[in-house]
Ligand binder design. Sequence first.
Ligand SMILES: Nc1ncnc2c1ncn2[C@@H]1O[C@H](COP(=O)(O)OP(=O)(O)OP(=O)(O)O)[C@@H](O)[C@H]1O
Length: 271
Amino acid sequence: MNQSSDEQEILIRVRGLRNGFGEQIVHDNLDLDVRRGEILGVVGGSGTGKSVLMRSIIGLQPPLDGTVEVFGENSLGREETDAVAMRKRWGVLFQGGALFSTLTVSENVQVPLKEFYPGLDQALLEEIAAYKVVMTGLPPEAAPKYPAELSGGMKKRAGLARALALDPDLLFLDEPTAGLDPIGAAAFDELTASLQKTLGLTVFLITHDLDTLYAICDRVAVLADKRVIAVGTIDELLALDHPWIQEYFNGPRGRAAVAGPNRRVHEDKRG
Ligand SMILES: Nc1ncnc2c1ncn2[C@@H]1O[C@H](COP(=O)(O)OP(=O)(O)OP(=O)(O)O)[C@@H](O)[C@H]1O
């Protein structure tokens, strides 16, 4: 794929990352680059440490060793003021959405706004929240609803609206289509791709969903053996003879995803 030098700029640079819990080592000498403007899919078997990797990058999981640079700055062990400035530049949709159940959708979206801009008046907070809600494809009537009143797909969109509250450059999505039916999942993929394009986002997307990988990811990073064993386009990964990669992409589900309608979106995106 031809990429301009701008797209090649590295937004996240992970080097020699080591993570573990007690005796269990999850990552050992893990390296990864995420390029500006790409949607990077992150795959790997259950428990290979995809979520731990994401938490390390956003500073929630202090690693045992290694470095993490985000926007060219060390994201570990920063002064609190630097950490706050950096956190404004990314949005996170955690696994399961993680909405506050006692707050409405609008109030959920206002949480990061109030945290980072405590001086904003209530009318403006509500106006910004209403805009984010509509931007993620929810009807305006969803804003005053509580999470329990929403479908699974609507909850994901509400979580995405909250993740986009601060107009981030970088978006982290942890299994955003898990639990959605295929139509809802494809719609969420389209929303992610369209927001990425219109807002110029860089997206770090953890997924088990092969359709998502084919439909919207520019490159895919594969976690196995405690590190990123390969990163590239799906075609590049298919050329490797690693057993897990072959089984994953060339197994029955992988072949179905290649044949599926979403492949077209992927080809269109690649131009
Ligand atoms: N806070 C924690 N304390 C102890 N162990 C943890 C903690 N967080 C994660 N782990 C362990 O680290 C390993 C990697 O977990 P992680 O959630 O990152 O996997 P994953 O690749 O995201 O898995 P899945 O695809 O099932 O969501 C697992 O063995 C998990 O039990």
